[in-house]
Design a protein around this ligand. Sequence first.
Ligand SMILES: [Fe+2]
Length: 270
Amino acid sequence: MAAPLLIAQLSDAHVGIDPADLGGLDTLAALRRAVAHVLTLAPAPDVVLFTGDLTERGIAAEYAQVVQALSPLPMPVYAVPGNHDDPSVAREVMRRFMPVADDAPDGTCCYRLEVGGLHLVALDTVVPRRSHGALDPARLAWLERTLDALSGLPVLVFMHHPPLPTGLSVMDRCSLMTGGETLAALIRHHGRVQGLLCGHLHRPVQMQFGGAPVHVAPSVAHQVDLDLRPEAPLRARLEPPKISLHRWLPDTGLCTHLSYVGGFGEPLVL
Ligand SMILES: [Fe+2]
């Protein structure tokens, strides 16, 4: 039996946010703690995927800090932009982390690659200067071509904006607002999409979409308050930060764990 593929998913670091806006939380330090946590995992993940909002303002100096914070990771790291990112600046500073496909729609960070027999498809959902996400006809056509080329092969899609509402009302108003129906149809038609990995919500959330599981990773920094009242305001909560750890095997698909960042003492032998 083949060894499982391990994928660490980090999301929503928002490097550059003023700590005063987050109860004193230094998001760059939080990203460094998440990276240090990944380095403690055994077995080590084969690849790290970053599902957007690497920075707060999408400026080059913030990306340089992200690159420096990620530099201790020995495994490949790949990223998609989020609504707080500037895809053109991100592509420029983080070229190694965003190997944009030659045939990607203009101005987008779409690409595909293969790790351990799993085909990873990076789908850029960013609408410049807007908080919601969208898949326009050019991106959907690229995805259709890409999935056609991967017919019969296991695929994992990663993107920033989740494709379905979750009951977090403010976030639901800025999730993937267009292109979702076609995305679901493409996933269903392909038939071997193992899952969609998303960020944006700053909470761990599971859903089903197009017959595939969707996993939304928590933030490595601040979480969004779990408040499902329709009138709930958008509030952050400094819950323990987490990363997602996905274990994939061709026969059994994706199994997702949450791994809390930080020291909790030595494990107790049971
Ligand atoms: Fe975010």
